[in-house]
Design a binder for this molecule. Sequence first.
Ligand code: IPM
Ligand code: MN
Length: 347
Amino acid sequence: MKSYSIALIPGDGIGRDVTGAAWSVLDTAARHAGFALAGTDFPWSCKFYKDTGRMMPEDGIETLRGFDAILLGAVGWPMEVPDSVSLHGLLLPIRKAFVQYANIRPHRLLPGVTGPLRAESFDILCIRENTEGEYSGAGGRVHQGTLDEVAVETSIFTRAGVERILRFGFEQARTRRGKLASVTKSNAQKYSMVFWDEITRKLAAEYSDVVVTSYHVDALAARMIMAPESLDVVVASNLFGDILTDIGAAIQGGLGYAASANINPDRSAPSMFEPVHGSAPDIAHLGIANPIATIWSGAMMLEHLGETAAAGRIMKAIEATTARGIGTTTGKDRTETIAAAVVTALS
Ligand code: IPM
Ligand code: MN
């Protein structure tokens, strides 16, 4: 029987609640489809940091490299470890080391979920550059603590980095409705964003079957609220994509439904799948976190592994569950109840 090795990093807070729940769904779907998922748990988290002084062991990246995929819950427990330490010690190094340059986030309403907008029939695929740009981590501080203090944080945009994420977006648009929105702020940022616009135009000539529109990020943010049905694939830089995908999560009913995939398209290293929501300390371990975002992320994982039929069946089961009003009202259903309903819908 075919078997995939999955590294499970539940992490902090509700990350622990939702990965366990999602795993029961993934495991059931795998058994029905005739393949196996072999999960290995890693306790890397803020608790691990408190115990060892590191978010993951020194050879953590090398340990993960041998897996077929990574399923991650959430990282962060700011009461104990500053977010700037925990994120730069676990989530962000994995994205960079494994060249997971495409962060894919689908935004659409599941049946039975009420979003905040009048428009209901939108289906947006946000693709966020995930390894460079504004989150490159290049910078420094001088004269710290004095009135003369200076902080510099430099965005880095490389031709290779911009071209590959845009190309990925064009390819995705081809498999969907053939529309691509390329997001910049080239009216204000005249180097990096003009560069991005130029590369968009260069690739547009190659993909003449895709309709491309360049938007400024402020206008695109408004469009996601006012006319979300007009959008198909959206490609944006790391920072802009980060912000736009929280809008995407909001219009799809909340972070409880927002799934994501950190993809290494070349498959030279494992990809990582995680819900967009964080560790949510306020509801951690109460058993009321919505596991749907993680289950959906798990379906994206199976799709990436080539198990398209199983992935499709999980999406159908999620939809059947929310259509029955399970997992559609914050705090009404327990994490386990929602996951159990998805498992039932699979059979
Ligand atoms: C996300 C998160 C992370 C990011 C944070 C926690 C570093 O907000 O995945 O959207 O911005 O990448
Ligand atoms: Mn974010």
